[in-house]
Design a protein around this ligand. Structure first.
Ligand SMILES: Nc1ncnc2c1ncn2[C@@H]1O[C@H](COP(=O)(O)OP(=O)(O)O)[C@@H](O)[C@H]1O
Ligand SMILES: [Mg+2]
Length: 303
């Protein structure tokens, strides 16, 4: 877990350092007896890649909806870029400019006739003039390589294409924070790869990215930090390496240690690899380490 800084200087730095601060957030859906969010606390630094994980119903989507003001906590508060969300028309417009959400189901998000219109809609709605909007939309279409289907009606797109348009929809507004709720759900391998590439793009632009995912291998390979949720609370938050070795936390969040890490540990245990500070994060990393160790052994034999 991250250490807290309690002095005044630390307090001031906190205002600028964290792009998201959720403090004691409670949320209960109307008619429900249980809290969907139960005193949730979380602070996220600018520019981080964060995977939010936890079983179904642990509160990931509800938390995301609170982060851009779609849902209003019953208790507690949320600060975006140091500013508490205000639930007025202006306040909500402001938070939506900063925090964009790509919903799990793109059909909840897309409603315009064509891809081009769809991507323009949000940015025009936020008050951009036609010329600025057009330039931004063209740029995003080019950057995300969507031109081959830009004139198609959104309802005729495949699930993977819809997801790409939904990402473009948000990216065009230049948000500070981008939230993707289970972006790879229901996508085939090709589209998952494409969407993951797009996600890589986002952090390169300095955007803070939060992703809900059940894929621990992906989270471990991609994320700087992992947040584990259980029953509406954050039960762990730390560096990806730390969380992925925390067996108790993983178990509570109904997850398992990434396979690449399990295999790596086995190789250490069997003395096939020697332990280093740096852990392999992907299969490619591990493969490279093995190749390196074979090379070292050979050169030793030749000596
Ligand atoms: N629209 C809704 N109405 C009532 N209860 C809901 C609604 N959406 C989610 N919930 C409940 O809130 C809790 C958290 O759900 P959710 O945020 O969707 O979790 P997750 O995204 O982690 O699966 C669950 O108990 C779920 O049943
Ligand atoms: Mg969800």
């Amino acid at each position: 877990m991250f250490k807290e800084k309690r002095n005044k200087e630390g307090k001031e730095r906190e205002e600028t350092e964290y792009v998201i601060r959720a403090e004691n957030v409670d949320y209960t859906y109307e008619g429900s007896k249980t809290k969907a969010l139960d005193h949730l606390n979380l602070k996220i630094r600018k520019g981080k890649k964060v995977a939010v994980m936890g079983g179904n119903g642990s509160g990931k989507s509800t938390f995301f909806l609170c982060l851009n003001g779609i849902r209003r906590p019953d208790f507690g508060r949320i600060l975006i870029d140091g500013k508490q969300i205000e639930y007025t028309k202006k306040g909500l417009l402001d938070v939506r400019r900063k925090v964009g959400i790509v919903f799990q189901n793109p059909d909840e998000q897309l409603f315009s006739a064509s891809v081009y219109e769809e991507i323009s809609f949000g940015i025009l709605n936020l008050g951009a003039d036609e010329e600025t909007a057009e330039r931004a939309v063209r740029q995003v279409i080019e950057e995300l390589e969507l031109s081959s289907f830009q004139d198609q009606p959104t309802h005729a797109l495949s699930g993977g294409q819809k997801k790409q348009v939904a990402i473009a929809d948000i990216l065009v507004m230049h948000p500070k924070v981008m939230i993707l709720d289970e972006p790879a759900a229901a996508l085939d391998m090709k589209h998952t790869k494409k969407v993951n590439e797009m996600i890589g793009h986002l952090s390169e632009r300095g955007i803070t990215v939060l992703i809900a995912t059940h894929d621990i291998e992906y989270a471990y390979g991609w994320a700087d930090e992992i947040v584990l949720m259980h029953e509406g609370r954050v039960i762990r938050h730390g560096e990806a390496e730390e969380i992925c070795q925390d067996l108790e936390g993983l178990k509570e969040a109904e997850l398992e240690m990434p396979a690449v890490l399990r295999v790596y540990r086995k190789l250490i245990e069997k003395k096939i690899l020697s332990e280093e500070d740096r852990l392999p994060r992907t299969w490619e990393n591990l493969e490279a380490r093995l190749a390196e160790s074979v090379r070292t052994d050979r050169s030793r034999e030749e000596m």
